[in-house]
Design a protein around this ligand. Structure first.
Ligand code: TC6
Length: 725
């Protein structure tokens, strides 16, 4: 676990070892404590270096132990022991020093980091606050403002930035441990007072109280409904107002409060779910363990619209050379200018973080009109607009041009992968790669398996997702895949509520109050009402010939709303045209403002179509809108399109703005209780038999028949025979 592995000229080197990330489990803390005590007590030792095994300092407290009853020795006393040591202690940081790992390093008197290492206090992402002195020592080292930004976002800071901020004393390109030993030798016998962070004053801006009040307001707005970012501001207030030891008590109190909340459990679930989805298995038995990803050394992107541009940037950021292709000179000029301007912005950001080599990225992208240039690339990602005929023509063409080993991917948000694959010479190498806009920022990649897609192709696409810094989730091939399939009933439901008299702004407010970054109407305005309307039409969710809305609002026995179509016909496309469900300061503007025209229009529309007004509460809005997502989620599990509830949750929390502090739609359903969700759906469906999205899924009913089963047991009751992956 940890031993005082050798003494090098009076310097003891303690190596923490708990693969794969040296998480500070009870056993590891105990072992490090013993090693530090030994080193302190050994006359031959004059200084100590602490390092992590296998190139990683430590990823912090062992999250797997969070829910266990037995607790080991507290990390806090180990860190205090280190800080109080009369012999200098140096942290040699390689890989990561996160959470408790960074807190331990802050207890050391000096810190040296490798250039590729990251540090951070990401406890907030697990619904917690730093609780081993991190939020008290860091502001004494780098000030309140920089600490606030780190602990409320949980962001990881690269070594060079950490050096600028003052978190580490030195950054080295190699031999981190040797450098740490040299530093340790140099400081033997020097006074340590100024290096014991807990004894220093907190660095505050003038009028710190007003600064913290303002921070609280900002954080409340930014992390709607999440408790831990607010607690982080409170810990900082304690750091400012109280002496260190009392601040420590407050830190502990807040940690212990958060530790018992549903939010932290949901966020821990989300953490493990994001790792679980990488471990895919097919019904054939092929899996992430048996399939080998092929190396992707070069790539091509076809189509430089919004999605294509973001995909090019993603590839370049992962240092993969890209050939970007457009169909004509005009589109190529527009697309290449947009890509280069995005790239310039990314390079600037990277340079500010100390990546001096960032400008080299400019040479990684090449623009062309010539398909012949795609002959030797390892992967092609087609990102033209959603038109099956066009996509098929492109894939037919690629089939004749690309080398036989090239993987051919389509960025589609819901078209049939098998139909696209059918026109190629290599259906086993066709993969759906559904990126989310903006593609160079959003973390999610839905990897869609067609019926012929090989396990090697899946493995390659999943590995590519990881290399691009994204989370790949494998899903089956069905209309709209998983994410959009669940989204459509949500959008429809929100529109039905408006037809019944509820205000667009109220519905958005209710869902933002639940924690969504934006409500459904702002989201529709962002996505484009015309685009959504086309999607409704393509998927048979309305009758295109009646888009002016003179019908009885039924398509067969199914209710539909023509509102998206009507607004699109009035050129109210959303943000891009400056008006949609809201009005904006200009086309492309972002500030949504309530629109009196829309309110009048809706009131006339309701009168003309004899809608019965049914105002509902904020709580009911949440139920009506979210329970259809959950219900469709159970249907997707039943159909075998998603491998498990975790996959749906990861898709929703990383691609659709579902708040992580509620875990995702399926986890949230388990929290509410499946019997409650079922009863509500039954009630709503009985009142609205023309909305089939409210009809409870058979799988949900089956689970409820077993009682209120924990989410981990759901899949067992489905069996694997349904899997369509
Ligand atoms: C804290 O410190 C609180 C302190 C207060 C004390 C009072 N514990 O992400 P990967 C596992 S809170 C247990 O795939 P990467 C992970 O589940 C903690 N396990 O690898 C996976 O297991 P699997 C604050 C952990 O190279 C394996 O390691 N720290 C922990 O892409 C590999 O992980 C954090 O929040 C852990 N702390 O990224 C850090 N961390 O193979 C969270 C990872 O069985 N960790 N595992 O599936 C990370 O951000 C990333 O894991 C990484 C490595 C950057 C360390």
């Amino acid at each position: 676990m940890a031993a005082f592995s050798y003494i090098c000229d009076s310097v003891a080197v303690i190596t923490m070892s708990n693969p794969p990330v040296n998480a500070l489990s009870s056993a590891l803390i105990r072992a490090v404590q013993k090693a530090v005590e030994e080193a302190i007590g050994d006359f031959a030792v004059e200084a100590i270096v602490i390092r992590g095994d296998k190139g990683k300092f430590s990823a912090g407290a062992d999250i797997r132990e969070f829910n266990r009853l037995e607790r080991g020795p507290p990390l806090v006393s180990l860190i205090d022991l280190i800080e109080d040591s009369k012999k200098p202690v140096v942290a040699a940081i390689e890989g990561v020093a996160l959470g408790g790992g960074l807190e331990l390093a802050l207890g050391c008197h000096y810190r040296i980091a490798h250039a590729q290492a990251y540090v951070g206090l990401p406890e907030v992402l697990l619904g917690l606050v730093p609780a081993a002195g991190g939020a008290l020592r860091l502001p004494r080292l780098i000030g309140i403002s920089a600490t606030l930004s780190m602990i409320t976002t949980g962001k990881y800071v690269q070594a060079r930035e950490a050096l600028k901020l003052g978190i580490v004393d030195k950054v080295v390109g190699e031999n981190t441990v040797d450098e740490a030993i040299q530093l340790a030798k140099k400081v033997i016998g020097q006074p340590l007072g100024s290096r014991q962070l807990s004894t220093l004053p907190v660095q505050c801006p003038p009028n710190v109280e007003a600064f913290l009040d303002e921070a609280m307001v900002k954080v409340k707005k930014q992390f709607r409904g999440a408790q831990s970012p607010l607690a982080c501001v409170e810990v900082l207030r304690a750091a400012v107002q109280l002496p260190y030891l009392e601040g420590k008590k407050k830190e502990r109190e807040l940690f212990q409060f958060l530790y018992t909340t549903d939010q932290t459990r949901a966020q821990q679930y989300a953490f493990f779910a994001e790792r679980e989805v990488a471990k895919w298995t097919l019904p054939s038995g092929a899996s992430w363990k048996t399939a080998s990803p092929q190396p992707i050394r070069t790539a091509a992107v076809i189509g430089l619209g919004t999605m294509g541009r973001g995909i090019v940037i993603s590839l370049v950021k992962a240092k993969i050379p890209v050939i970007a292709l457009e169909q004509d000179k005009k589109q190529l000029d527009i697309g290449s200018k947009a890509v280069m301007s995005l790239l310039d912005r990314e390079i600037l950001k990277m340079e500010q973080l100390g990546h001096t080599e960032a400008t080299n990225s400019l040479g990684l992208v090449q623009f062309t009109l010539d398909y012949g240039k795609l002959r030797d690339v390892d992967i092609v990602i087609e990102a033209v607009f959603e038109n099956m005929a066009l996509k098929k023509e492109i894939f037919r063409h690629l089939s004749g041009i690309c080398k036989p080993e090239a993987f051919l991917c389509t960025n589609t948000s819901g078209l049939d992968i098998d139909e696209i694959a059918s026109v190629t010479d290599r259906p086993q190498m066709i993969v759906g790669t559904h990126f989310f806009a903006p593609a160079h920022i959003m973390k999610l990649l839905e990897v869609v398996r067609g019926s012929c897609t090989s396990s090697t192709s899946i493995s390659t696409a999943m590995q590519l997702a990881k290399n691009l810094g994204k989370i790949g989730v494998l899903v089956g091939n069905c209309p709209l895949f998983v994410g959009n399939r669940l989204m459509l009933p949500y959008i429809q439901q929100a529109i039905f509520l408006v037809e019944e008299g509820n205000k667009v702004e109220e519905i958005d407010r209710a869902l933002e109050g639940f924690g969504f970054a934006m409500g459904p109407f702002q989201m529709m305005d962002l996505a484009g009402l015309d685009t959504l309307w086309r999607c409704h039409v393509e998927h048979g969710l309305t009758r295109p010939e009646q888009s002016t809305g003179t019908s009885n609002h039924c398509c067969g026995s199914k209710r539909y709303s023509p509102l998206l179509g009507i607004l699109s016909e009035k050129l109210r496309f959303g943000q891009k045209s400056g008006q949609g469900w809201y009005k904006y300061e200009k086309p492309g503007g972002r500030k949504a403002m309530s629109d009196p025209w829309l309110h009048n229009f809706l009131s006339e529309y309701r009168d003309a179509h004899n809608f019965k007004t049914q105002y509902i509460t904020q709580e009911e809005i949440i139920e009506w809108c979210l329970y259809v997502i959950i219900n469709e989620g159970f249907k997707a599990l039943e159909d075998g399109i998603a491998s498990g509830p975790e996959d749906i949750d990861v898709i929703y929390t990383n691609g659709y703005g579902w708040p992580k502090h509620t875990g995702g739609p399926m986890y949230y359903a388990s929290l509410v209780g499946l019997p409650v969700v079922l009863t509500k759906l039954e009630k709503y469906y009985e009142a609205n038999p023309d909305i089939p999205d409210l009809k409870p899924s058979m799988f949900l009913k089956k689970l409820v028949a077993y009682g209120n089963l924990p989410l981990k047991e759901w899949q067992f009751h489905l069996g694997s025979q349904n899997c369509k992956l």
